[in-house]
Design a protein around this ligand. Structure first.
Ligand SMILES: NC(=O)c1ccc[n+]([C@@H]2O[C@H](COP(=O)([O-])OP(=O)(O)OC[C@H]3O[C@@H](n4cnc5c(N)ncnc54)[C@H](O)[C@@H]3O)[C@@H](O)[C@H]2O)c1
Length: 361
């Protein structure tokens, strides 16, 4: 036997990505880049917790480790960064990455105030780097299928929308005292706001009314910790939406979305870990996803596949690198943040708060 043909291969240079923040989410993204995203290399890891960075680098075979993201920004071999530090650092890191010419994938929220986010997005705009925000639900297969149905008009004119997040828990929240105030809006419901905006495409969120409490950890109510919230949202097309969240669902990680309209209803959200069902003398049962990285493994991977492909096209001058864009992007990050901030104001005032004038980019 002989080979049918032999020709020189010119493997494309992988997209070299630096990770900023090697905690829970950063470690999973790092593993995706190293093992699940074709044509991407995890080139460097930065984390002030150097032990965390080193352990991850050892596990994934990454050679460059640093305590400071500045080293990654200064490294000419790095094409792009994934920002997965705590949220309070995001806008500064986005601005620094853009100034250094690095393409940016940023976990949500990309900022904690509109002024900070706008400054970061202005840097992105000026330098022309790519920017993607980690609203991973847009990449989940079932949410994508629902979006396709909605785009085809399956629900007709949207009248009611619903999105919910119930984080997995045990009935108490071990590190609750260390969770920053307003996390439920800025880091949890911000996903739901983006889903609703995406499902109700073309409409702008006009007004929010948020009610929130500490029902899982009532002892922390006094210090302002909130673990349960419901938000009603009015949209410019007249549709009314509800978003709700709770930090401790005993049955697992529960994320759903729904649009009800003049022609019908479209739902997304996977209640069980697999399609397997147990029928026994006890009745019917199934396993449920227990972690975000179980429920959204495919979505977390695919969002980075898209990011890496866009960075490659931009870097290597594909068919039309100037046309390379990514969604969810800057406008989506800003619109959802404006809603989260309006919710905080709504809770403080105990009244509805207008969001329209603050939402558009
Ligand atoms: N998309 C999702 O579903 C999802 C899920 C979980 C978390 N997140 C987001 O990911 C981000 C990180 O959350 P996490 O749960 O991984 O937190 P984490 O606390 O587990 O990890 C944060 C890491 O960042 C490091 N860090 C602190 N300051 C830093 C800096 N200036 N530069 C670099 N690294 C720094 C910390 O040492 C820590 O290792 C948050 O914005 C969170 O909202 C998103």
């Amino acid at each position: 036997m002989a080979y049918i043909s032999q020709h020189p291969t010119a493997a494309p240079v992988p997209v070299r990505i630096g990770l900023i923040g090697s905690g829970w989410m950063g470690a999973f993204h790092a593993e995706s880049i190293a093992r699940r995203v074709p044509g991407a290399d995890l080139a460097a890891i930065a984390d002030p917790n150097i032990e965390s960075a080193q352990n991850l680098a050892l596990e994934l075979g990454t050679s460059k480790v640093t305590a400071s993201a500045d080293d990654i920004f200064a490294d000419p071999e790095i094409d792009a960064v994934i920002i997965a530090s705590p949220a309070r650092f995001h806008s500064t890191l986005v601005a620094q990455a853009a100034a250094a010419g690095k393409h940016v994938f940023c976990e949500k929220p990309a900022g904690q105030s509109l002024a900070d986010l706008d400054a970061a997005l202005a840097a992105v705009d000026q330098t022309g780097v790519l920017f993607q925000i980690g609203f991973n639900r847009r990449y989940a297969n079932d949410f994508q299928a629902a979006k396709k149905d909605l785009a085809a008009g399956a629900a007709g004119t949207p009248q009611l929308l619903r999105s919910l997040t119930r984080d997995p828990g045990t009935g108490s929240i071990p590190n609750a005292a260390r969770i920053p105030a307003w996390t439920i809006f800025l880091e949890t419901l911000i996903h739901d706001f983006d889903t609703l905006n995406w499902f109700n495409e073309g409409a702008e969120p006009v007004e929010v009314y948020a009610v929130a409490d500490a029902l899982v950890e009532p002892s922390l109510r006094e210090q302002g910790f909130l673990d349960t919230a419901v938000v009603t949202i009015r949209y410019s097309n007249g549709a009314i939406a509800v978003a709700e969240a709770n930090f401790s669902a005993l049955y697992g990680y529960d994320v759903r979305g729904e649009v009800f309209g003049s022609k019908g209803m479209v739902q997304a959200g996977r209640a069980t870990e697999t399609t397997a069902r147990r029928y026994t003398s006890e009745g019917l049962s199934a396993d449920t996803p227990r972690l975000n990285v179980e429920l959204f493994r495919q979505a977390y991977t695919d969002e980075l596949v898209d990011f890496a492909a866009a960075v490659r096209a931009k870097r290597d001058g594909g068919p039309s690198p100037s046309d390379v864009t990514l969604t969810p992007g800057a406008a989506d990050a800003r619109r959802a943040l404006a809603m989260a901030l309006a919710c905080i104001e709504s809770v403080k005032r105990g009244a509805p708060v207008a969001v329209t004038e603050r939402a558009a980019l």
